[in-house]
Design a protein around this ligand. Structure first.
Ligand code: CDP
Ligand code: MG
Length: 710
């Protein structure tokens, strides 16, 4: 790892440049972050910066249809404002206050915290709703934290959101697809429901822009006279209570930021200064790898003389709830917690006790190319705004330090702000939902920032291919309507509907449930061979999804045995969640009056159903053995996408090494996910071998028999 430079004054001897190993390690201070714990919860509430604004907030909400609240992470927006509203009587007449979160983990942890503060069990007065899980009690719950996606789904049943008196759209700066969509819809709802209040809360935000978006006073000036309610949004800034954070950059760029992060953490630890460490990486695998490396480091340090012990804890979206909570617990006495997180910890959640942040300055982002119609996950540099949020996590308790794993020059080259998801994501789900809510013309919908027109066209194309739209581009009945109601991606919904026609819905619902969770296989750091051997036991030539089905069946046969799962490198907790999702999906199908049916050993029916949903992701193997035009791809697996991908060179696709078909390489495939490698390859994950004649059979409007030739 390169050494860190600090801005301005340079002080060798501190933080990873070189350090004084003779210092008296025994004099090190053990962190005492538990002081706050001793304060009564109510006292803690009063100490939050937002408390100073309690009356003002309530006044503004009373008098303005929309209130925009900007405040640093940790100032108390999420946990306190819904409680103030409850205390002020906004939950009378059986109405609730909703607070939306872009992330599942935030909705759950914040609901738990607020339930604790109000002194009622979670799920009673305070509840939460995330996809496939509702912990609230109708008629009793007054504050409901939910993901923005869940609220959008609720609008299908209750378009005016009559169950709520106030909707607080939280973490608006993240500009998630669902948040942006929700803001546009809320503006519409407000016209029909003058009693509804909207709060937009954010850590950093172009508040003026959102205010201008919601400003109805110019258009409907006359209405402003009615009562005291102003149609002009109010903006309130809540000052943070943060300490200074000193930023350090690398002297030379590093090639492996996971290793560099471990090194930086070890350096801080050897210095023996008190305070927990928060490391930002991009994804689950990196977090797990980093935790293993830190555990190794912890063993080494324990053999040394450090006063504190290292305690690495991962935190990423795919982790089961109970495991996620470990990251929020105070370090036990004598331990230094190192939370290894994805950008989940950037703003949505607060981890107390952090004094050091180590930032790889990258994140995993969805990237969609409307020209090719391909969506992939890509590890890319973060924006300066993101990096500054991450750094801010170090200054919550006292002055802190942030170590950026890049050079200062590289940092200066970063974009200022993150591009909103609406501009870079695939939009079929958004279009489907809006159509179900009666928004038929996407171009005239009131977007906070309109998505690219080509992306919209591609989304309509996909929905049309799935049979969700009729000739006039309205939602078809029943297919389009059913796809909108199923709480899964439109493509997976189409798999379910096709499976009903084909008589394999028992199997399809299992596969769809397993695709809705992350990582069926247990991470096996340093045991890749053993994992491969375990996979081979279930692997079949039909591909990864049929392999998942085998894993599911074997797990069921074991009586859902945790030990069986551990022996077979299968992620037990993931499967438990898949089981949960599966039963929820069955419930939804029953509501659509769809009975489940098994195809038993006839898995080709399941493959056909999968093809029906993933038909825009159909590819054919290209023979590259003799290809001299591109020596780099000669003789390796190269696939071409079958549908048209617009002008320009066709994208290069190959099977990701994690797939069970990585070596067999069948002629024809459909894939579910794709990742972009650093060398520009699109790597298909979760692939299924298909028969080419199924494509024109299932989708004559997309594929012709003539065009598909083996
Ligand atoms: O939303 P904002 O970032 O402004 O703050 P918040 O999430 O309401 O958090 C306010 C404070 O509550 C934090 O500083 C934490 O100390 C505490 N909190 C907690 O202890 N546990 C949680 N799950 C959430 C918040
Ligand atoms: Mg918050």
């Amino acid at each position: 790892m390169g050494a860190f430079l600090r801005p301005g004054e340079r002080q060798p001897g501190a933080f990873g440049i070189s350090f004084d190993s003779d210092r008296d390690k025994n004099a090190a201070v053990v962190p005492t972050f538990n002081r706050n714990e001793k304060l009564a919860l109510q006292e803690q509430r009063r100490r939050l910066p937002v408390f100073q604004h309690r009356r003002e907030i309530l006044y503004l909400v009373e008098h303005h249809a929309t209130v925009i609240i900007v405040g640093e992470t940790g100032s108390g927006k999420t946990t306190q404002i819904p409680q103030y509203l409850l205390e002020a009587g906004w939950c009378s007449h059986g109405r609730m206050v909703a607070c939306t979160q872009p992330r599942r983990v935030a909705a759950m942890t914040v609901a738990a915290r607020v339930a604790e503060e109000t002194g009622s069990p979670l799920g009673q007065a305070v509840g939460y709703g995330i996809r496939f899980e509702d912990v609230s009690t109708p008629g009793t719950t007054q504050i409901r934290f939910c993901t923005d996606g869940v609220l959008l789904q609720e609008m299908l049943q209750d378009p005016l959101l009559t169950a709520y008196s106030v909707i607080m759209v939280d973490e608006a700066h993240e500009r998630s697809l669902a948040t942006d969509t929700l803001l546009g819809l809320l503006k519409k709802v407000q016209r029909r429901r003058p009693d509804l209040r909207v709060i937009v809360a954010s850590a950093t935000l172009e508040a003026e822009r959102v205010a201008a978006f919601f400003d109805a006073s110019t258009v409907r000036g006359a209405a402003a006279k009615a009562g005291d309610l102003s149609k002009q949004p109010a903006i309130l800034s809540v000052e943070g209570r943060t300490h200074s954070v000193q930023i350090h950059y690398l002297e030379k760029p590093c090639s492996d930021y996971v290793r560099a992060a471990v090194q930086a953490a070890a350096d801080i630890h050897r210095e023996d200064m008190p305070g927990d460490i928060l490391i930002f990486l991009t994804g689950q695998q990196e977090c797990e790898d980093c935790v293993s490396m830190l555990e190794e480091e912890a063993r080494k340090v324990r053999a040394g003389r450090a006063a504190l012990r290292l305690m690495p804890v991962p935190l990423y979206a795919g982790l089961p709830a109970a495991a996620q909570l470990a990251a929020f617990e105070h370090s036990p006495r004598g331990y230094r917690k190192v939370v290894v997180a994805t950008n989940i910890a950037e703003t949505s959640v607060t981890i107390d006790g952090v004094v050091y942040v180590i930032d790889c300055c990258h994140s995993k982002q969805a990237s969609y190319n409307p020209l090719t119609g391909l969506e992939s996950l890509l590890v890319a540099p973060v924006s300066k705004a993101s990096a500054s949020q991450r750094a801010g996590r170090a200054g919550r308790m006292r002055p802190g330090h942030c170590f950026r794993l890049c050079t200062e020059a590289d940092f200066q080259a970063l974009h200022d702000a993150t591009v909103p998801e609406m501009q870079r994501a695939e939009l079929s789900g958004t279009v489907l939902r809006l159509k179900a809510l009666g928004v038929d013309n996407m171009m005239t919908f009131d977007w906070l920032a309109p998505p690219p027109a080509e992306t919209m066209v591609r989304a309509l194309e996909l929905l049309h291919a799935l049979g969700a739209l009729d000739a006039s581009a309205r939602l078809s009945r029943p297919t389009g309507q059913q796809l909108a109601e199923l709480p899964v991606d439109a493509r997976l919904g189409a798999v379910l509907l096709a499976s009903v026609r084909l008589g394999c819905s028992e199997e399809a619902v299992t596969v769809v449930a397993m695709l809705s969770v992350h990582s069926v296989w247990a991470g096996a750091h340093g045991e890749r061979k053993a994992l491969e051997a375990a996979k081979a036991k279930f692997a079949v030539g039909e591909g990864d999804l049929v392999t998942y089905l085998n894993v599911w069946k074997a797990w069921q046969d074991s009586g859902r045995d945790r030990k069986w799962a551990a022996r077979n490198f299968v992620n037990h907790r993931t499967l438990l969640r898949a089981a949960d999702i599966r039963s929820q999906l069955c419930h939804h199908l029953r509501r659509l009056r769809i009975a489940l049916e098994s195809c038993d050993a006839e898995v080709s029916l399941l493959r056909k159903a999968l093809t029906a949903g993933l038909l825009m992701n159909a590819v054919q193997l290209v023979d590259t053995a003799n290809d001299i035009s591109d020596p780099a791809s000669a003789g390796i697996n190269v696939y071409r996408i079958l549908r048209s991908t617009g002008p320009g060179p066709p994208p290069k696709l190959r099977i990701h090494a994690s797939s069970v078909l990585a070596r067999t390489r069948p002629q024809w495939l459909v894939f579910w996910q794709m990742q972009q490698s650093s060398s520009g390859w699109f790597e298909m994950q979760e692939v299924t071998a298909v028969e080419p004649h199924w494509l024109p059979e299932l989708a004559a409007h997309v594929y012709s028999h003539k065009g598909i030739r083996s």
